[in-house]
Design a protein around this ligand. Structure first.
Ligand code: GLU
Length: 482
C-alpha cells in the first residue's frame, strides 16, 4: 500500500503548535514510508475561515520545512484542495446517501430543535435529534417546502449497535450508536459539515492513514458510518494526544505563545522546533534528544506515539533552540540574526560587507548565551552602543594596579598595526608578561573597562570586534575614573 496522508487545517487562525505537530507527524510518516503528503484546506466554516489564516498556515508549514507533494497551491490529481471549491462533490454524495436511504432531508427549525432538546433534558435524557423528519410522507415534505423551510441533510444513525474505531495510538475504542443521534451532513445553505466533507475528501484523495488530534476521536464513529454507507474502505486512524501546558491543563494562550509565527518572530529555528515538536508525544526509544530532520524521517513510527498527553516544556524548547544556535553554521545564524540587529539600529537596512562581518563576529562571540535569536540585541549592545560603568564596575576599576594595567594596554593597542583575533590573543599575552601580575588582576579590569561587565565573551573576541579606535576610547574613559 502506498501511504497517502494529509494535513487538513481549518483556516480560522494562525498555525498553532498543536496543528504544526499534527502536520509534522503526517509529514514524517509520509517521508519515512516513501508516501505522499497532502495539504488540504477545510474552509467550510465560512464565518471563521479567512484567506489570511490560510496564508499564515501555509507560510508556517513552509518555514518549518514541511513541504507537501500534492495539495493547495501546487495541485495534483485529486483537486481542488480547498473544500469550498468542492461543493458539488459533497452534494452528489449527499444525494446518493439520500437515494439509498442512508440520509434524509430534515426541515426542523432551530426553534423546534431547541424545544425538543429542552423536553429531553426535562425527562433526564441525553439530548439528541429525535429523528422526527426520518419518516416524513411525501405530503409532509410538500407542505414543508411550501412553507419555505430550507432543509438540512441528516445521516440516519442506526438505533443500536457498536462502532469500533481501531486506532493505532489508542487501540480499540468503542462507541454506541445509541448516543449519537442523526447528525447533519449538509447544511441548508449547501455547505457540508466537517464530518461529511472530511470523509468524502479523504476517500477521493485516497488517504490511507488519518493522523490527527485526539479531539477528533469522538467524530470518528460518525465518519465510519459514512464510509460504511458509501461502501468505502475506512482508512487507518491515529489520534495523537493533547498538548498540555506545564500546569497540565490544555495548552492555550495563557501558557505563552501558541502560534508558530510567534516562535519564528522570537527567533526559534525551524529545525529546533521540528525536533521539539517531534518529541511532543513521540519517542525514539532512546535517551538522546537532538535529532536532525533527516534522522527523524528515518526513525519516526506511529507505534511509538504515546497515548498519554504531551506536556509543553518551554525550558526544553529553549535548551534545544540554544543547542541549534550554538551548533549551526555561523553564516546561517548570522543571517538569521541580522533582522534583529537591524531593528535595534546596529546594522543598517542595506548592510555593508563590513557591517555583516562585524555582525558575524558578534554572533560568534555571543551565541552561546542565546535561547532564541531575538536575545542577540541585549548581548550585542556592548559592541554597538556606549557602555555604562556602574558602581560595581567602578569598584573593580578602583584596584591599585588598574591604572597601570589600562595604560599599558592602551600603549600596546596604539602601537598595533593590524588587529584580529590572533593579534588580540597575542596582545593579552604580552600584556600579562609586561605587567607581571596574575591573570585575574589584569583581565577583570580590562574586561570591565571595555564592556562595563564582569562576564561575557572571550576578551580576545571583544578586542577584535571593538577595533582600535573604540578600544582606546573606552580605555581613556575608564582611565578618567581610576
Ligand atoms: N479541519 C480539521 C481541523 O483543523 C481537521 C480534522 C482532521 O484532520 O480530520 O481540526
Amino acid at each position: 500500500m502506498t501511504v497517502r496522508v494529509r494535513f487538513a487545517p481549518s483556516p480560522t487562525g494562525p498555525l498553532h503548535i498543536g496543528g504544526a505537530r499534527s502536520a509534522l507527524f503526517n509529514w514524517l510518516f509520509a517521508r519515512k514510508n516513501g508516501g505522499t503528503f497532502i495539504v488540504r484546506i477545510e474552509d467550510t466554516d465560512l464565518e471563521r475561515s479567512s484567506r489570511e489564516s490560510e496564508r499564515n498556515i501555509l507560510d508556517s508549514l513552509k518555514w518549518l520545512g514541511l513541504n507537501w507533494d500534492e495539495g493547495i497551491e501546487i495541485g495534483g490529481n485529486c483537486g481542488p484542495y480547498r473544500q469550498t471549491e468542492r461543493l458539488s462533490m459533497y452534494c452528489d454524495y449527499a444525494n446518493k446517501l439520500i437515494e439509498e436511504g442512508f440520509a434524509y432531508y430534515c426541515y426542523c427549525t432551530e426553534k423546534e430543535l431547541e424545544e425538543e432538546r429542552k423536553e429531553q433534558l426535562k425527562k433526564g435524557q441525553m439530548p439528541k435529534y429525535s429523528g422526527r423528519c426520518r419518516y416524513l410522507s411525501e405530503e409532509d415534505i410538500n407542505e414543508m417546502k411550501k412553507s419555505g423551510r430550507k432543509p438540512v441533510v441528516r445521516f440516519k444513525v442506526p438505533d443500536e449497535g457498536i462502532i469500533c474505531v481501531n486506532d493505532i495510538v489508542r487501540g480499540k475504542v468503542e462507541f454506541e450508536c445509541e448516543g449519537i443521534g442523526d447528525f447533519i451532513i449538509m447544511k441548508s445553505d449547501g455547505i457540508p459539515t466537517y464530518n461529511f466533507a472530511v470523509v468524502v475528501d479523504d476517500h477521493l484523495m485516497g488517504i490511507t492513514h488519518v493522523i490527527r488530534a485526539e479531539e477528533h476521536l469522538s467524530n470518528t464513529p460518525r465518519q465510519i458510518l459514512i464510509y460504511d454507507a458509501l461502501k468505502w474502505e475506512v482508512p487507518v486512524f491515529a489520534h495523537i494526544s493533547l498538548i498540555l501546558g506545564p500546569d497540565r491543563s490544555k495548552m492555550s494562550k495563557r501558557h505563552g505563545a501558541t502560534s508558530i509565527e510567534q516562535y519564528r518572530q522570537k527567533g526559534y529555528l525551524p529545525e529546533a522546533l521540528v525536533n521539539f515538536l517531534a518529541l511532543l508525544g513521540w519517542s525514539p526509544g532512546k535517551e538522546e534528544e537532538i535529532f536532525s530532520t533527516d534522522e527523524l524521517k528515518q526513525l519516526f513510527s506511529l507505534e511509538r506515539v504515546s497515548k498519554s498527553p504531551a506536556v509543553f516544556d518551554i525550558e526544553k524548547l529553549n535548551w534545544l533552540n540554544g543547542y541549534y544556535i550554538r551548533n549551526s553554521d555561523i553564516d546561517y545564524i548570522t543571517e538569521l540574526c541580522l533582522p534583529y540587529l537591524k531593528k535595534a539600529g546596529y546594522v543598517s537596512d542595506k548592510a555593508t560587507a563590513g557591517e555583516i562581518e562585524k555582525a558575524r563576529k558578534v554572533v560568534e562571540a555571543t551565541r552561546e548565551y542565546l535561547s532564541y535569536l531575538s536575545e542577540i540585541t541585549e548581548h550585542a549592545a556592548m559592541f554597538y552602543e556606549d557602555i555604562e560603568l556602574n558602581e560595581k564596575a567602578k569598584e573593580i576599576l578602583s584596584g591599585e594596579q588598574v591604572k597601570q594595567v589600562l595604560n599599558t594596554l592602551k600603549e600596546k593597542v596604539s602601537e598595533l598595526g593590524h588587529l584580529d583575533e590572533e593579534t588580540a590573543k597575542k596582545l593579552l599575552k604580552d600584556l600579562t608578561k609586561t605587567l607581571g601580575f596574575g591573570g585575574k588582576k589584569v583581565f577583570m579590569p580590562v574586561r570591565v573597562a571595555l564592556t562595563g561587565q564582569k562576564s561575557g565573551p572571550e576578551l580576545y573576541q571583544i578586542i577584535d570586534i571593538l577595533g582600535k579606535d573604540c578600544l582606546i576610547k573606552r580605555l581613556d574613559r575608564a582611565l578618567e575614573i581610576v
